[in-house]
Design a protein around this ligand. Sequence first.
Ligand code: FMN
Length: 214
Amino acid sequence: MSRYFIGITGASGHAYAEAVTRALVAAGHEVDLALTAAGSKVLRHELGVDAGAGGERLGGELERWLGADVARSVRAFAADAIEAPPASGTALTAACILCPCSMGTLARVAAGFSSNLVERAADVALKEGRRLVVVPRETPLSVVHLENMARLARLGAVILPAMPGFYHGPRTIEDLVAHVAGKVLDRLGVEHGVGARWAGTGEPPEEAGTGPGG
Ligand SMILES: Cc1cc2nc3c(=O)[nH]c(=O)nc-3n(C[C@H](O)[C@H](O)[C@H](O)COP(=O)(O)O)c2cc1C
């Protein structure tokens, strides 16, 4: 069992965070979730989860949102909980996942500017040499965005844009979400059954994972 940190920001695509959380717990892991203040607004807007202005009510909403079985393995932290364990390198966090990652959080992490728990946890992952998976969501991308991604990639972060493929024959939004979530789980080295694995053209897709096209 490992503990993973998922930082949820004010970018669109909170369904990706939910899918990754569910899959990590299904694989027997524990998850620390933290929201930025903007993330709390988008969570309410996209998934109808009211975590309060700064995510301070997220803990109380976990059961309703994720169900009791998943919530049991999840800890929730507010944006300003900089005293929480994920803020310290001494807390053993297997990886930090920024999902979805706004261009604001991306810029602040790339600059080493830790103004909340999400940014601090990413900063900790970089300084401790732990895995940092960034799932940016924005379009189109400016040179500022691209340079910030390049900077984090040079520092060892995995830049895994929320860019679902269509070659695996998705039929629902959940299929598209699963394609990105499965890629995140692959980069974490976590076994999962999320999404369809590519079996070549002309073959029916197998369950789980992704194909050579990425
Ligand atoms: C409904 C909604 C959707 C948004 N989607 C995005 C997005 O996809 N990408 C992005 O970079 N910002 C997006 N934003 C803007 C960010 O939330 C905003 O820049 C915020 O300051 C980011 O703060 P954070 O990085 O602390 O989460 C969105 C805002 C709202 C209200």
